[in-house]
Write a protein that binds this ligand. Structure first.
Ligand SMILES: Nc1ncnc2c1ncn2[C@@H]1O[C@H](COP(=O)(O)OP(=O)(O)OP(=O)(O)O)[C@@H](O)[C@H]1O
Length: 316
C-alpha cells in the first residue's frame, strides 16, 4: 500500500476503521479493511464492482455488524452507540431506503424538522431540481429524482458527517454538477463527506482523499496527487535519430531517472518529469545536435493508478 501514513486517532479523524471483516455466509465481502477519514474533508471510496465499498459504508452507518475489527465514527461505535450517532450523520443509501408512499416534499420537510439547524428546504428542492416532484409519491418518481431526493434527505439536517453511496450514478450531467456543487458547499461548511463512486472524474474533482478498495481491502489511500505521484512514474517521450548515447543523456538527468530507446529513434525517460527535466533533455539534445520531434509528457491519472493496483477498469 502506498500513500500517506494513517493518521493517529484524534478529533481530526471522523471515521477510523481497523481490520474490518464482514462475511455473508461463505463469502468474505470485506477482508481486513483499514480506512481513515479526516474530519472536514471529502473522501472518495473507489473500487470495482463487488470490492466491498457498500458493505464498508453500511457498517460505518451502523446497518451491518462487523464480524471482526473495529469501526469508530465520530469516536462512537455505530452499532452500540447508534442512538447517539444517528442524529449526527446523514446517510444516502444506494437503494434509496425511503418509504415509498410518502410525498417527496413532505418527507424532506419532516426530516428537516427532526434537526435543530436544517438547511433551507425550498432552496434544496430548487437546487436539486426537485421542484416538479414535490407532491408526487416517492415510488412514482423517476430513478434520478429518487436519487436526488435521497441526497437531499441525507444532507437536509446539516449533519457533521454524510455517507453518500454512489450519489451520482445514473444522474444526467446537470444533476451530477448540482450534486458536486452541493458536496463542495458541505465541505466548505465543515461537513465531512464519505462517498463511494465509480466515476474517476468525480473522485478527482471532489476528493481530498481517495481510498482504493479491491478484494475487501484498501489497497491505497491518499490525495489524488499523492496517488498519481506514488504510483507509476511519469514519462517523457521524444523521437530523434536512432542510436543516441543514452549513457550521456542519463548523466545529464537527475538521480532516479531512467532513459531507454524501446524502438529505434523513440526515447522514453521516466522519473520526476517536471519543467527542469524537460529543460535538461532539450539542452542535452541541443548540445548533441539532435532535433527532438514529438516531445510528449505522459502524466499518470488516477485511472492509471487504479488499473495498476486492481488490474481492473472502473465501471463507468
Ligand atoms: N446481502 C448480501 N448477501 C450476500 N452477499 C453479498 C451481500 N451484499 C453484498 N454481497 C457480496 O459481497 C461482495 C461485496 O459487495 P458490496 O456491495 O459491498 O461491494 P461494492 O464494492 O459496493 O460493489 P458495487 O460497486 O457493485 O456496489 C460482493 O461479492 C457482493 O456480491
Amino acid at each position: 500500500m502506498h500513500g500517506k501514513p494513517a493518521p493517529s486517532e484524534s478529533a481530526d479523524t471522523a471515521v477510523r476503521v481497523r481490520g474490518l471483516v464482514k462475511r455473508y455466509g461463505a463469502k468474505t465481502a470485506v477482508d481486513g479493511l483499514d480506512l481513515d477519514v479526516r474530519a472536514g474533508t471529502v473522501t472518495a471510496v473507489l473500487g470495482p464492482n463487488g470490492a466491498g465499498k457498500t458493505t464498508t459504508i453500511e457498517t460505518c452507518e451502523g446497518y451491518r455488524r462487523p464480524d471482526a475489527g473495529t469501526v469508530r465514527v465520530l469516536g462512537l461505535d455505530p452499532v452500540a452507540d447508534a442512538a447517539a450517532l444517528r442524529p449526527r450523520i446523514g446517510v444516502m443509501l444506494q437503494s434509496g431506503g425511503v418509504y415509498s408512499g410518502a410525498r417527496a416534499d413532505e418527507m424532506l420537510r419532516h426530516m428537516a424538522k427532526l434537526h435543530a439547524h436544517p438547511l433551507d428546504v425550498d432552496d434544496l428542492i430548487e437546487r436539486l431540481g426537485l421542484g416538479s416532484c414535490g407532491r408526487t409519491a416517492y415510488r412514482r418518481l423517476s430513478g434520478g429524482q429518487q436519487q436526488r431526493l435521497a441526497l437531499a434527505m441525507a444532507v437536509v439536517g446539516r449533519p457533521e458527517l454524510v455517507f453518500l453511496d454512489e450519489p451520482t450514478a445514473g444522474l444526467d450531467p446537470q444533476a451530477r454538477r448540482a450534486t458536486w456543487d452541493l458536496v463542495r458547499e458541505l465541505r466548505a461548511d465543515g461537513v465531512t463527506v464519505v462517498l463511494t463512486t465509480h466515476f474517476m472524474q468525480e473522485a478527482e474533482e471532489l476528493a481530498d482523499d481517495v481510498a482504493i478498495v479491491d478484494g475487501g481491502r484498501v489497497v491505497a489511500q491518499g490525495s489524488p496527487e499523492e496517488l498519481c505521484r506514488g504510483g507509476a512514474e511519469n514519462t517523457l517521450r521524444f523521437t530523434g535519430r536512432p542510436g543516441l548515447d543514452l549513457g550521456s543523456l542519463l548523466k545529464a538527468l537527475p538521480d532516479g531517472s531512467a532513459a531507454a530507446e524501446p524502438l529505434p529513434g523513440t526515447y522514453r525517460i521516466t522519473g520526476t518529469v517536471d519543467p527542469q527535466l524537460l529543460a535538461t533533455v532539450t539542452t542535452w539534445c541541443a548540445q548533441h545536435g539532435v532535433m527532438p520531434d514529438g516531445i510528449a509528457v505522459e502524466r499518470h491519472t488516477l485511472e492509471d493508478v487504479f488499473l495498476e493496483l486492481t488490474g481492473k477498469e472502473l465501471r463507468s
